[in-house]
Write a protein that binds this ligand. Structure first.
Ligand code: HEC
Ligand code: HEC
Length: 398
């Protein structure tokens, strides 16, 4: 009996020590997953959507083809531009013509690893994500039957879908599968490996002295590792870290329209619809008030290329992000989340020196390797409506 009590108190003491060193209040679990190289995990591939080179090639064409969308102007690559970090370099993403989006466009690089996609985690796979992106009112705004009909009029697609899926005509459900197969190849492994991965795999020269100093801040005084951890450098969980609303919702009419539309589309209560002045994040899914202002922890991989940052893109540099954390989740004007009661207890003023802040930024940069560039492929043309012979015959019949 006594022994058990003793054991218990030792465990408790150990827990308290961990708690103390991590600066975590009320969390007595073992420490967070250590940082790990990305190739220590595998891209999840659903059994019903095997990766084949032909499917990936088809998916690449479709990803760049704006005919997968409403008026054939806005395809995936429109808002996920390879030379804008496979995202869109504005606070809010550009939207379907006549609209702006309401959230920051996320990079598609490494997205295949996420168990839940989007800032509030509303899609559980690339397949579901692609479908909702192509059809969503402020994104692709496409209609399934029209997109499918367009593909049937493009002989190159008819041929490729038949080869890959064995169907007479391209099916829209296979479009999501093919795009997802392509996205699963957009990873920062191999040639695109980050210096941090090389370091973690044993190449101790891969990080500079400053980056190593930054690593110590990341894992120690800065406490970043508590949420940005493991091989993907995220816990894939949802937290409110204090990001203040984007003022564009007060100043920009188009942004305000999308904001209101999204409140309505996401099933807000009457009162919420009238009063909301900010993105309620994970709340739209759970409808629990303690989830207001929570968003998925993004991976920090590839962030060198994906500014601006956060769900509403309010910070344009990594320096700004670090200053925000150093102030305990406040911007330079002292603005914070409208739901301070939901703020993660681990976000608090850090007291970092200028040197420590610079080191931290240098370390975050070591999480990005070479930029993944890609030229837009040539788009296969529609079949002509009539053959030459038919046109000639029509001419002669006149
Ligand atoms: C009009 C702009 C726009 C278009 C078109 C668009 N996206 Fe996005 N994409 C976004 C925005 C903005 C987000 C974040 C939205 C959110 O979280 O609510 C996003 C999120 C994503 C994510 C989630 C990444 C993550 O980290 O969870 C993936 C993957 C993605 N888009 C792929 C696609 C694909 C595939 C298509 C084409 C079928 C597409 N997008 C079309 C703007 C766009
Ligand atoms: C309590 C969990 C938590 C901790 C601790 C934390 N983060 Fe974050 N981080 C998040 C979440 C959640 C977001 C997205 C928030 C949003 O969009 O509203 C985020 C966003 C970011 C982004 C923006 C990435 C992007 O793609 O937009 C960067 C950079 C970042 N964090 C770095 C850090 C650094 C550096 C530290 C340590 C000083 C840190 N984080 C500590 C959870 C955390």
């Amino acid at each position: 009996m006594k022994k058990v009590t003793k054991l218990r108190s030792t465990v408790l003491a150990a827990a308290i020590t961990t708690t103390f060193t991590l600066g975590v209040v009320g969390q007595a679990t073992a420490g967070p997953a250590p940082l790990a190289p990305l190739d220590s995990i595998k891209v999840p591939i659903p059994p019903d959507n095997k990766l084949t080179p032909a499917k990936v090639e088809l998916g690449k064409l479709l990803f760049f083809d704006a005919r997968i969308g409403g008026d054939a102007s806005t395809g995936c690559s429109t808002c996920h531009e390879p030379d804008q970090g496979w995202a869109w370099a504005e606070d809010f993403s550009r939207g379907y013509p006549g609209t702006v989006h309401w959230r920051n466009s996320q990079t598609v690089i490494n997205s295949a690893f996420y168990p839940r996609q989007f800032w509030a985690g509303s899609a559980s796979s690339n397949e579901k994500q692609a479908k909702s992106a192509a059809k969503g009112g402020v994104a692709g705004n496409g209609e399934s039957d029209i997109m499918e009909a367009r593909l049937a009029l493009i002989p190159e697609y008819v041929k490729r879908f038949k080869e890959v899926y064995g169907t007479e005509w391209p099916l829209i459900s296979d479009v999501w599968g093919a795009i997802s197969a392509f996205e699963r190849t957009l990873n920062t492994v191999g040639k695109y490996e980050a210096p941090l991965d090389k370091y973690l795999k044993g190449d101790k020269s891969a990080l500079s002295k400053q980056q190593l100093a930054g690593k110590a801040v990341f894992e120690g005084k800065g406490g970043c590792i508590q949420c940005h951890n493991g091989a993907l450098i995220t816990d894939s969980d949802f937290h409110n870290i204090g990001v203040p609303p984007n003022k564009r919702w007060e100043e920009d009419g188009l942004a305000q329209i999308t904001f209101r539309f999204e409140q309505y589309a996401k099933g807000m209560t009457q009162e919420g619809y009238r009063k909301a002045k900010s993105d309620w994040g994970f709340y739209y899914r759970s409808k629990n008030k303690w989830d207001r202002g929570k968003f998925r922890t993004p991976s920090l991989r590839y962030v060198k290329y994906t500014a601006p940052y956060m769900h509403n893109g309010i910070f344009y540099t990594l320096e700004d992000v670090v200053d925000f954390y150093n102030r305990g989740g406040k911007d330079e004007d002292g603005r914070t989340t409208p739901f301070p009661e939901n703020m993660d207890k681990r976000i608090k003023p850090l007291g970092l020196s200028d040197q420590e802040k610079e080191d931290l930024v240098a370390f975050i940069e070591s999480m990005s390797g070479p930029e993944i560039t890609m030229k837009k492929p040539a788009m296969p043309p529609y079949a002509p409506l009539f053959t030459k012979a038919q046109l000639q015959a029509a001419q002669e019949a006149k």
